[in-house]
Unconditional design. Structure first.
Length: 447
């Protein structure tokens, strides 16, 4: 078989399915609980890895399972759902419960929707059923599915909106560490600089009741992780929806501010003043970085492995910092791929380098081979990637050392004790700082 055909069967750098995404979304609502209607092997696929990704909040205590056995499968497993929903509700008293299935049970053809509906009648909170066959969708699909279940329960149609108040949807909250606290602070600051008030962010580590307060918002800012349902938001909520890219890097941040200002009719002088303040704060420091990095890194260039919106944002930032990436691997299957990546980058006013290689869903083997080739040719500056690629690249051997900046999900060696955003101008400077810190390592390894 040809190499590309073999690549289809290689171990993926993004092996996370819908189940993991639902589990991650439940973790982002502190008073939610997840019931796994799955087999033994699926019990803690979602929560287990969060124990190392999120040091701030334990993940393993907010989900349970229905203990499906071979006998239950033969006789019919749906009857177990109401029993375990009631049992876990009695133990935990959550404000929201989700029930997720798995492939082999979905193929049995039972009516799990009715079983969950029956269960909801017997407990004091909403219960959402989310199918999660392993062959369909990815982490971001599962996260979006749970987010939509929350949105459908927000009383938009019966609540009078407050002028100037906006909610944010599609935020990929994956841990309670302070990188996310920093991002949320930046979103609030940017909205307030436009004269707007930030309402609830879905999802953001806030309780279910607070998320319901999004009903009081007159508008919604939809981040690109809401791609799968953004077209439904206006009709479902009756609110103005501003679809945006991520506010990463200077140009990405300013584009975000312009998109939000246009959607919510912010006066141009207010917008111009907001951008000027941010640029006055960030430009001198970004100039310092460029003057430091360019003569030291020379022709070496970064490599990125990240989900599509984050990859576009990081590429924009690196281009502004004078460090154009040479390879970008997109770690998702549902966020638009190479086309969405290039379109998001173009909206910032930047173009990808002519020799930039964009790879959709690269396997760990492909990621390893490309990074190794660049390293051996002394063309590699550093790799921005998740822990999955980090483990793969660190296994190259004692003779090959790869400078790595861990970012995205999962991150198991990079943790945050103080607000360290990657959104906004403050996030751009924090990113530049992380890159600056690793340049001496790049130089030492290249010596």
């Amino acid at each position: 078989m040809e190499g590309r055909e073999l690549e289809e069967f290689a171990l993926s750098g993004h092996p996370y399915g819908r189940l993991t995404g639902v589990s991650l979304a439940v973790h982002a609502i502190p008073d939610a609980f997840l019931v796994l209607h799955t087999g033994v092997g699926c019990k803690y696929k979602g929560a287990g890895q969060y124990c190392l990704h999120d040091l701030a909040r334990p993940s393993h205590h907010r989900e349970g399972y229905t203990e499906v056995t071979d006998l239950a499968l033969i006789k019919g497993s749906a009857s177990r759902i109401p029993i375990y929903v009631r049992s876990w509700y009695k133990k935990r008293k959550p404000s929201l419960m989700a029930v997720v299935s798995s492939t082999f049970l979905e193929m049995a053809g039972e009516d799990f929707v009715k079983a969950v509906s029956d269960a909801q009648e017997t407990v004091g909170c909403p219960v959402a059923y989310i199918p999660a066959p392993g062959f369909d969708g990815d982490l971001y699909d599962g996260y979006a599915a749970l987010t939509m279940e929350v949105i459908k329960r927000i009383p938009f149609k019966t609540t009078e909106p407050k002028r100037g108040r906006v909610a944010v949807v599609g935020y990929p909250f994956d841990r309670y560490e302070l990188d996310h606290a920093g991002n949320l602070q930046q979103l609030r600051y940017m909205l307030e600089s436009l004269g707007l008030e930030m309402g609830p962010v879905l999802l953001s580590g806030r309780p279910y009741a607070e998320l319901m307060e999004a009903a009081s918002c007159e508008g919604i800012v939809a981040l690109p992780y809401s791609r799968g349902y953004v077209k439904e938001l206006a009709s479902l909520t009756g609110r103005t929806v501003a679809a945006t890219d991520l506010p990463i890097g200077g140009r990405g941040t300013f584009r975000w501010l312009r998109d939000v200002a246009e959607a919510f009719k912010v006066p141009k002088p207010v917008l111009d003043a907001a951008i000027a303040r941010q640029w006055e704060y960030g430009k001198p420091q970004m100039d310092v970085f460029r003057n430091y990095a360019r003569p030291r890194l020379g022709t070496r260039r970064p490599v990125i492995f990240a989900d599509t919106p984050l990859a576009a944002g990081l590429t924009s930032l690196l281009l502004e910092l004078g460090q154009p990436p040479i390879v970008v691997g997109l770690r998702d299957r549902s966020l638009g791929g190479a086309r969405a990546f290039r379109e998001a980058l173009a909206r910032t006013g930047l173009s990808a380098p002519d020799d930039l290689e964009v790879v959709e869903c690269p396997s760990l083997d492909l990621a390893r081979s490309k990074v190794l080739a660049l390293s051996q040719a002394d063309r590699l500056a550093m790799v921005l990637c998740s822990h999955a690629e980090l483990l793969c690249l660190r296994g190259l051997g004692e003779q090959v050392k790869i400078p790595i900046i861990e970012i995205g999900f999962p991150s198991m060696t990079y943790h945050v004790l103080y607000p360290t955003p990657f959104y906004g101008i403050a996030g751009a400077l924090a990113g530049a700082q992380r890159i600056m810190n690793i340049i001496p390592i790049v130089l030492r390894l290249g010596a």
